[in-house]
Design a protein around this ligand. Structure first.
Ligand code: PLP
Length: 422
């Protein structure tokens, strides 16, 4: 499609957008009395309007039923989280049995490494991407030290090539083959938080497993954003937060995937608690641990349903819209944003460049060559919420649920006036 950087053209795209009504299903913050142009759905998704009802339902059940709510609420609390498995399975390409919802992301990664990072004197190395999200770096370092292993020796960070802003798949698979028998684990962010690159999860998973390593993915920026086939790709494990593209609320609960191959394995190392035992016998309070036969075996504590509720609410909106439609719109709106940015770049030459490669999801990262922070502040003052990353990058994620093509056009105009004003 031949795009045009005009208001009329953008409005026409909106008119023909099958997801256009979903914008109305979310609350927007306001600046200068107007809904903002929201580019930070990759950081904290907007609140779906149905979320409050789901939370209220639990508060009301708690008020009226108290402890009886565990079993007699309309959505009983003791297995409330199971309602999320099916819609999540569709979003990440898994079987429902491979999904659980619990804790928060970094906590879950640590817990999953109990099962999937089992270093021996021969096989102990970990491959990740350079400059991984800081929490992941701290996780790797502390896991290694916990096992008495020197991170400098065991942690291998795949670098980008000089002068390039993205990772090459072959650099990763070559390193996997090179480390070979010493490789215990590959764990990478499926979509990089900084440059927005989508890794070739299928190829990298294959390569890692071929040399006998476990392969897991941190899907914080991938879940609800890009196409995933975790089961089919034979991924061992994955985890994601729910508050970025999945709109479940600040700091909210995380999802995990554990491949079917590891369900019902009696001797798999795992930190366990009562919510991982078989439902049928859980309340017999027996001393021996009988695991659930699905990924819920990794559950430890009883579920914080007040937190799970808005996640369920959000997943109902995902169910209605469907991942396919979201991905179709995401591709188009990101392409349109790229077009708008390039049109502006032509007019104000040399002021910025897009560093996100063509393997991308919802995010375009823009490296500013001129002033950075002041321009970012100008954008906010003018109703555009983006985010800022050192040294001079703004990240733009037009989430397909609630961003419009007109937003992209208007953003372009604000960006241009911001650059020209100085
Ligand atoms: C957002 C994000 C996190 C956040 O972890 P929490 O434990 O939810 O605070 C972790 N890893 C990556 C790659 C992220 O993008």
């Amino acid at each position: 499609m031949q795009f045009e950087n005009t208001l009329l053209f953008a409005q026409d795209l909106d008119l023909n957008d099958p997801l256009k009504d979903y914008r109305d299903r979310f609350y927007f913050p306001q600046i200068n009395g107007k809904d903002v142009i929201y580019f930070t759905g990759n950081s904290l998704g907007l609140q779906p309007k149905n979320a409050q009802d789901y939370v209220n339902e639990i508060m009301q059940d708690w008020r009226e039923l108290a402890v009886e709510g565990h079993f007699y609420a309309e959505k009983p609390w003791w297995d409330y989280h199971e309602r999320l498995a099916k819609p999540l399975a569709k979003i990440v390409g898994a079987k429902s049995s491979e999904i659980s919802v619990m804790n928060t992301l970094t906590v879950n990664l640590h817990l999953l490494l109990v099962s999937f990072y089992r270093p021996t004197s021969k096989r102990f190395k970990i491959i990740c991407e350079e400059k991984a999200f800081p929490s992941d770096q701290y996780m790797f370092q502390s896991q290694l030290r916990f096992h008495g292993i020197d991170p400098d020796e065991a942690l291998i960070e795949i670098k980008k090539r000089d002068g390039e802003h993205f990772w090459r798949t072959e650099d990763i698979t070559n390193k996997i083959n090179e480390v070979g028998e010493e490789l215990a684990l590959v764990l990478i962010g499926g979509v990089n938080y900084y440059n927005g690159q989508v890794f070739d999860m299928k190829k990298i998973t294959q390569a890692g497993k071929k040399v006998g390593a476990f392969v897991g993915w941190d899907l914080a920026h991938a879940a609800g954003n890009v196409e995933l086939h975790l089961h089919e790709w034979d991924v061992d494990f994955a985890a994601w937060c729910s508050y970025k593209y999945m709109n479940s609320g600040p700091g909210n609960i995380s999802g995990i995937f554990v491949h079917e191959a590891y369900l019902n394995q009696k001797d798999i190392p795992r930190f366990e608690g009562w919510w991982g035992t078989k439902k049928e016998t859980r309340f017999l309070m027996k001393p021996e641990f009988e695991p659930m036969d699905n990924a819920d075996a990794w559950q430890i504590s009883n579920s914080p349903v007040i937190a799970v509720a808005p996640y369920l609410a959000s997943l109902m909106v995902f169910e209605e819209a469907g991942m396919d439609a979201l991905i179709t719109k995401r591709k188009k709106i990101v392409a349109y944003l790229e077009f708008v940015l390039k049109s502006i770049a032509n007019e104000v030459e040399g002021s910025f460049e897009i560093i996100t490669p063509s393997d991308r999801g919802c995010q375009l990262s823009v490296l500013l060559h001129g002033e950075g922070k002041a321009l970012f502040d100008y954008l906010i003052k003018n109703g555009v919420i983006t985010d800022w990353r050192e040294p001079n990058v703004i990240r733009l994620a037009p989430a397909p649920f609630y961003c419009s093509y007109e937003d992209m056009f208007r953003f372009g105009q604000i960006l241009k006036s911001g650059i020209l004003r100085s």
